[in-house]
Write a protein that binds this ligand. Structure first.
Ligand code: HEM
Length: 495
């Protein structure tokens, strides 16, 4: 409080005593911040109970915070729930910027999500894609319905589960299914507003039931992981006995991590809890984000048939009528990439990049207090007519002539964030997403099923585009469709 008294804070609405601006916060926080920044400008200060929050809503401000003053914002803003669920804050995404984070960053950049592993897991990604297309094909034979939101989630979760733990969903009660449900629960609860985080005298209270829910999530996750790690340790032991003590080549993330635990000379000593927290991290960071991004891109294509047609023309031109799109086609699918960028502009899976200020600094002539939470509202930037003509139109052409990429250097489009804390799974996502989207539209047309269970006919934009609250923002209502097969020769190759 003393610090706030000296130095000028960025502008913001008038605060109420004690709660500050908490009463203004709606369930979709990025919408609230978008509306408020339209009035108070691209650099705004809010008082959320006893916590100072800074909201940045322009490319220039994003650059100031994420690049110019990167080190002051190199930590993520954790909450009571994230601290607890991530095994008391030992995950990658919520770890403070320091030796542990650097160690994990190195492993994930060069080993787990490095080029070698991405290439090693290519057959898994292709297999999962084929399995998704196979299901759609099967349904298309008798005009069956498919909940695409769920199937896309299963697709991305299976890929992550295989990369992390070597498991995939084969039924409805398998371990990967449990992991999939957990991943959604985690991203949902991480993005909800817990008043106890902001009003100090409510810290001990659990007015909204967050404590109970997070305990339930951590217990379910812990049980699942204990089982998987125990089984894996038994297999490793057995293999070692059989192979005369020889260490086997790491097959997935879990193997890699167990190697580090056993390595007495490792730079950082990891425990089982670290491994669990890291697995949780990758599950939640990698599952929902990829699925939601595909869900939004596909929904926009269904709502904009001319764009869909253009995307297909490109696929037909680049890939031809006889084979399925592959990841290696990616660089030639220029329009598909523009579609992905346009979908990210309007629907960044993580709408706000959230960090914590670890050192007081001055930005735009204003004081940014230490410990304040930073929200860079990329959802808002993507919808601002100052930066985009007709921002609400889905028009991938705007990216065809532009130099804007998604790798954190162009601050008008930051779907994966920027700087040191940029998304660890960006390369994986940028390989997986275009190929998956292209393959789905190469093989199928979709008739949308509305909330009344009937196929929607004659409506200009048949897919409802409202958003669900959470750290990641998927569609509020599932995308349910009747798939209609269109590329017979390609489908025949699926077997
Ligand atoms: C379309 C897919 C994805 C999107 C849109 C996305 C987006 C993001 C964003 C916006 C951040 C915050 C970056 C920042 O603070 O600057 C992030 C962080 C992170 N992402 Fe992703 N992500 C995706 C897929 C993945 C995948 C597949 C994985 C892992 C397999 C992953 C792992 C992570 C991790 C570990 C972090 C935290 C990094 C850190 O704190 O240093 N993400 N992601």
């Amino acid at each position: 409080r003393d610090k706030w008294a000296s130095g000028k804070l960025p502008p913001g609405p008038i605060a109420l005593p004690i709660i500050g601006h908490l009463h203004l916060i709606g369930p979709l926080i990025h919408h609230t911040f978008h509306a408020l920044s339209a009035k108070h400008g691209p650099l705004m200060h809010l008082r959320l109970g006893s916590i100072s929050a800074i909201v940045a809503s322009s490319p220039d401000m994003a650059r100031e915070f994420l690049k110019t003053h990167e080190l002051c914002f190199s930590m993520r803003a954790g909450t009571i729930v994230t601290n607890y669920v991530t095994y008391d804050n030992i995950s990658f995404a919520f770890a403070p910027y320091g030796a542990y984070w650097k160690f994990i960053k190195k492993i994930s950049t060069f080993e787990l999500l490095g080029n070698r592993m991405l290439a090693q897991f290519l057959p898994i990604r292709s297999q999962e894609l084929r399995s998704l297309l196979g299901l759609l094909h099967e349904k298309s034979r008798n005009r069956g319905r498919v909940n695409l939101s769920q199937e896309l989630l299963r697709f991305s979760n299976n890929i992550i589960c295989m990369m992390m733990l070597g498991i995939r969903a084969s039924g409805t009660e398998g371990e990967a299914e449990v992991a999939r449900r957990l991943a959604r629960d985690v991203t949902q609860i991480f993005g909800e507003f817990n008043v106890s985080d902001f009003v100090w005298f409510l810290r001990k209270w659990d007015l909204q039931g967050f404590k109970r829910r997070s305990e339930d999530i951590r217990r379910r996750f812990d049980e699942l992981l204990e089982r998987i790690v125990n089984e894996r340790e038994a297999v490793r032991e057995e293999e070692r006995r059989r192979d005369g003590g020889k260490r086997r080549e790491a097959r997935d993330f879990l193997d890699l991590m167990l190697d580090v635990i056993e390595d007495e000379n490792a730079e950082i000593k990891l425990t089982r809890d670290h491994v669990k927290a890291l697995v949780l991290d990758f599950f939640t960071a990698g599952t929902d984000t990829s699925a939601a991004s595909l869900e939004w891109a596909l929904s926009e294509l269904i709502n904009y048939p001319k764009v869909l047609q253009k995307a297909r023309e490109e696929i037909d031109r680049v890939v031809g009528p006889n084979r399925l799109v592959e990841e290696s086609d990616g660089p030639n699918l220029v329009y598909i990439h523009a579609v992905i960028k346009e979908a990210f502009r309007l629907h960044p899976a993580i709408p706000m990049i959230t960090r914590k200020c670890v050192q007081e600094c001055e930005i735009g002539g204003y004081k940014i207090p230490e410990n304040s939470m930073l929200f860079v509202n990329m959802w808002s930037v993507g919808r601002n007519p100052k930066y985009w003509a007709d921002p609400l139109e889905f028009r991938p052409e705007r990216f065809l002539e532009s130099h804007v990429d998604m790798k954190g250097q162009h601050f008008e489009l930051l779907p994966f964030g920027s700087g040191r804390r940029i998304c660890a799974g960006m390369s994986l996502a940028l390989q997986e997403l275009p190929a998956a989207l292209a393959a789905v539209i190469q093989c199928f047309d979709f008739e949308v099923v509305g909330p009344d269970g009937e196929v929607v006919r004659g409506k200009e934009h048949p897919v409802d585009m409202s958003e669900r609250q959470g750290l990641t923002v998927p569609k509020a209502t599932d995308l349910v469709c009747v798939p209609v097969a269109r590329a017979a020769k390609v489908l025949a190759t699926l077997g």
